[in-house]
Design a protein around this ligand. Structure first.
Ligand code: UD1
Length: 334
């Protein structure tokens, strides 16, 4: 197995048929890695997994399968598989703890038992909860307000403690608001029942919804609507490739924010989409959504310094245009 930066080896990508996992699997292949995808297709789409990867349809809860996979010369694990819908996590918390926390436990245990000691984890800005820090740094208090955020934070703690006790080293990336799609139109956000702003907005523009609700116009922000740090999925995928290089180069375990460090409001997102589509989006003002903070923006300097990560698509219009192009293609309009 390789251990130096830039040398390829076999990597396991859980959730590699999902939105972020499939973009990352593509870039790992492009960088010369052998990629093994494990996905149960509960939310992913087999067609999104890149063709050059080996695909196993299977569940993380299947510990026999995990042991088989991890005994077979895996150099690193990139763990994307999980549930991500905040309101759903409030309605069914135990499902989130099972799918996010308990399955991560099983995967970590299999890593330790098989001597797999590089791990990259999909964490979330939801670990910061109802923060008022703008931008929010990695060392801010972690007080999640949803079972989704708690389930991910508990996984971060397991990683921290496992790394202290064993040879495993990890990078946990706390994603801010991920959006956009592959620039060549090969893949994008395909989740069923998505609740994300940009996904719902492009569904409205493609006639799948009558209108888009703006949840709250009375926040203490420049135009009264919620502000988020939207990051292009291709840049986020690249952060994982960099994190793998970093671990292969001997880097210590890290928890890193993954955003651009710049916020856009709901109205700015809608404005950008209207410009790129040259169409008006029917909107309605609605009350604030429970659990939403006014403004969530990453303090994003650590990841650049440590991983040498240089975003290339920090452009709201490009983000929404690639999301729209993908959605049009997905529903047969493109
Ligand atoms: C949340 C989580 C994030 C998680 C993501 C995945 C928090 C703090 N953040 O992001 O970690 O990865 O969900 O599910 O829990 N909006 C509308 N109308 C809509 C939809 C959204 O106005 O129809 C607004 C929201 O109020 C918010 C912004 O758009 O201000 C972004 O919302 P959304 O895309 O749902 O993501 P978050 O809730 O920020």
């Amino acid at each position: 197995m390789s251990s130096d930066s830039g040398i390829s080896a076999k990597v396991l990508v859980t959730g590699g048929a999902g939105y972020i996992g499939s973009h990352t699997a593509q870039q790992l292949l492009d960088a010369g890695n052998e990629v093994l995808i494990l996905d149960n297709l509960s939310n992913g789409d087999r067609a999104m997994a890149p063709g050059g990867a080996r695909f196993i349809e299977g569940d993380l809860a299947d510990r026999t399968l995990l042991a088989e996979i991890l005994a077979d010369g895996i150099d690193a694990v990139l763990h994307f598989a999980g549930s991500i819908v905040v309101p759903e996590s409030v309605a069914d918390p135990l499902a989130y703890y099972r799918n996010n926390t308990i399955n991560t436990h099983g995967l970590l245990q299999a890593c330790v038992e098989n001597g797999v000691d590089r791990f990259i984890f999909s964490s979330t800005a939801a670990v910061y909860g109802d923060t008022t820090l703008v931008p929010v740094p990695e060392n801010a208090p972690t007080l999640p307000i949803s079972p989704y955020g708690s389930s991910k934070l508990m996984s971060e703690w397991m990683l921290r403690d496992t790394a202290a006790a064993h040879s495993l080293r990890y990078v946990a990336l706390r994603y801010f608001n991920v959006a956009g799609a592959d620039l060549q139109g090969r893949r994008g956000q395909a989740s069923r029942n998505a609740t994300h702003l940009i996904k719902l907005a492009v569904e409205t523009l493609t006639g799948q919804r009558d209108r888009l609700a703006i949840f709250g116009g009375d926040y203490p922000t420049s135009d009264g609507t919620g502000v988020r740090d939207y990051i292009h999925v291709v840049d986020l995928a690249n952060a994982h490739v960099r994190a793998l290089d970093y671990l292969r180069g001997g880097g210590d375990s890290q928890v890193l924010n993954c955003g651009y460090g710049r916020g856009s409001s709901v109205k700015q997102v809608i404005g950008a989409l209207e410009r790129v589509s040259n169409r008006k989006i029917p909107i309605e003002m609605a009350p604030r959504r429970a659990g939403d903070v006014a403004e969530l923006v990453a303090e994003a300097s650590r990841i650049r310094g440590l991983l040498g990560w240089q975003p290339e698509h920090d452009d709201l219009e490009l983000i929404v245009k690639t999301a729209l192009d993908w959605e049009r293609k997905r529903v047969g309009l493109g």
